[in-house]
Design a protein around this ligand. Structure first.
Ligand SMILES: [Zn+2]
Length: 340
């Protein structure tokens, strides 16, 4: 672990230098722009200088141009850029909502955010007026990437597409999300034809109980069902257990699961070396702190939520790797990052 700690210190140093260098670059670029030195070199703007002379991509040039222009007006941005509280992508979102006199209140709201989170803050501050509510279906001509899962309809994907260019970044679920207002998001999802057929079938099925249901309400109803089924399977639903009598000996009673789930906030409580907890919400399992095999009771005080990676890691620590290898196929190795 000490080696990992040493490497972490080294990485933190390198990161700090990267952030410092970026801030230095932007300060120099702001000065360059203030002097309109790009015009002296025959460029029509700072953007074209960055793109043509420094050979940055158009996207990278745009981010740096916006940041350089903004720090000319607001030098307070340099310090948070230098220490990493702000990054280029959050500055671009900040720029959309900055007004004379509001920077002091606004700035901390953008600290340590991803581009998506910064876009959400910006949308809450300045919502899109009359957000578009249409669904547009278009056929995509490009072939399906070979990396996608096997799908009979895959060579004919269909896109439910918004009518404006997307600004958001892809989520792990490979969809783009654009914040429109504090509560409205627009998503861009590529789906198989089969998906649209199911959506239509669901609309037909709901035509009596929910006439005129929107795509959103149909999908949300489906998600509610899926989540309710998941909660029921994991014994964490709101419904009280029938006197707890159905619980097999040694199993965790449903009421204990509900209590632990609520207490642990529905995320992995594995303590991290540098403080805090893992916090993963994927593949969660109930873990006995004092193992069941060693007399640990199935009571809330002895049960915690762990992601599968950390649950298996703790089992290896208790029972040893050899024994666990006989029971599990997934081998968590400390030297590799957790996928959880
Ligand atoms: Zn975890």
């Amino acid at each position: 672990m000490s080696n990992a700690r040493d490497l972490t210190i080294r990485l933190a140093e390198l990161l700090s230098r990267e952030q410092d260098a970026m801030a230095e670059f932007l300060v120099a670029l702001a000065d360059f722009d203030r002097k309109r030195a790009w015009a002296e070199l025959g460029h029509s703007s700072l953007f074209w200088f960055l793109h043509r002379e420094l050979r940055l991509s158009k996207g990278a040039a745009h981010y740096r141009k916006v940041a350089a222009e903004l720090i000319q007006k607001h030098s307070e941005l340099v310090a948070p850029l230098r220490d990493g509280r702000l990054c280029l992508s959050t500055v671009v979102e900040l720029e959309k909502v900055i007004e004379p006199g509001n920077l002091a209140e606004l700035l901390p709201r953008f600290f340590h955010l991803s581009r998506r989170e910064a876009a959400e803050v910006a949308a809450a501050i300045r919502p899109v007026v009359r957000p578009p509510m249409r669904d547009v279906v278009t056929v995509v001509a490009t072939p399906c990437p070979s990396t996608t899962s096997v799908d009979a309809d895959c060579d004919n994907p269909v896109v439910v597409q918004p009518h404006e260019p997307l600004l958001g970044v892809g989520s792990p679920a490979a969809s783009a999300v654009v914040p429109l207002t504090e509560n409205l998001r627009r998503i861009h999802v590529t789906v198989a034809k089969r998906f649209l057929a199911k959506l239509d079938a669901a609309r037909d099925a709901l035509s009596h109980s929910h006439p005129g249901a929107t795509n959103e309400s149909i999908l949300e109803a489906g998600l509610d069902l899926l989540l309710a089924r998941h909660r029921k399977r994991r014994g964490i639903g709101a419904r009280p257990a029938r006197n707890g009598r159905g619980t097999a000996p040694g199993r965790i009673p449903a009421e204990v699961k509900r209590e632990v789930w609520a207490r642990d906030g529905g995320c992995c409580r594995w303590p991290l070396d540098g403080g805090g907890v893992c916090g993963s919400t994927l593949r969660l399992e109930f873990d006995h702190v004092v193992p069941r095999g060693r007399g640990g009771p199935s009571e809330a005080a002895n049960v915690r939520l762990l992601c599968r990676f950390h649950n298996q890691l703790t089992a290896r620590q208790v029972y040893g790797g050899d024994l666990m290898d006989r029971f599990t196929r997934e081998v968590p190795r400390v030297s590799e990052p957790s996928a959880a």
